[in-house]
Design a protein. Structure first.
Length: 254
């Protein structure tokens, strides 16, 4: 994962004004890169060089998550010119590739009852092969929207609101040894929020009280995770988050 502020770093070989890069290693050895504004590129040499980035589909929007699952790439895009949804035309879509990122198509529209004031998004396949998709609600930061698909994202059912005691703004979901892990910024709408919070769950719906790992840092905590197998044979989750290195506001943090 590469933050927008780092896109000019000498380590990034594709020098254009693209935003928020992430990548996945495919079974055929290629690496597919995905950018925030629904662009994609392929590397045939382990990321040293890249094909020219192209649009996945002709939708304006932002890519908030992607999963490589059973040989296909699933992309969660919020089709919206702005950050938060404002009308029924603003939709979350699952965009899919079945040919290792060469082409993409609209797999389905995620059937959230409303996208008003929604933004961000994340998704995860459960061990039972159910696809869960989550969305942030700027007007209700203690409840995160969740909807499920039992047919690999073709149709949707069982919409619920998941209560998160310490709020969540830009949710990221992972799964480690039978337990779901949710992390992100602890809300945005009130004074004292903006800390980095982590929750756990056994079903991806009912979440723990949460634990603040880092106290309030303004404009921080875009995050991601990956599960890795360590030398001792145990699985562990690596969580990375962005930090604000500007001078702190008085009384906010030290």
């Amino acid at each position: 994962m590469v933050e927008e502020a780092d896109r000019d770093d000498e380590l990034i070989p594709l020098k254009k004004q693209y935003k928020a890069f992430s990548y996945y290693h495919l079974d055929n050895g290629d690496v597919v890169g995905l950018w925030k504004h629904a662009l994609t590129s392929i590397s045939k040499d382990g990321g040293k060089t890249w094909s020219e980035a192209k649009e996945m589909l002709d939708y304006k929007g932002r890519v908030y998550d992607a999963i490589y699952h059973e040989g296909s790439i699933y992309v969660l895009e919020f089709s919206n010119d702005d950050f938060l949804g404002k009308g029924s035309e603003h939709l979350y879509r699952i965009i899919k590739s079945d040919d290792n990122g060469k082409s993409f198509y609209e797999h389905s529209v995620v059937a959230f009852p409303s996208t008003e004031s929604r933004g961000y998004g994340n998704m995860i396949f459960t061990p039972e092969n159910t696809l869960l998709v989550y969305a942030y609600n700027a007007n209700d930061e203690v409840n995160i929207d969740c909807i499920r698909s039992d047919d690999l994202g073709k149709t949707w059912n069982n919409y619920v609101k998941c209560y998160v005691d310490k709020k969540i703004r830009n949710p990221q979901i992972g799964f480690l040894d039978g337990q779901y892990i949710l992390h992100g910024r602890a809300g945005e709408s009130e004074a004292g929020t903006g800390s980095f919070v982590i929750y756990t769950s056994l079903d991806g719906i009912n979440w723990s009280q949460g634990e603040i790992l880092v106290e309030g840092r303004p404009a921080c905590f875009y995050s991601n995770n990956i599960v890795i197998k360590c030398a001792d044979g145990k699985n562990r989750m690596l969580v990375q988050y962005s930090e604000n290195y500007n001078d702190p506001a008085p009384g906010k943090w030290s």
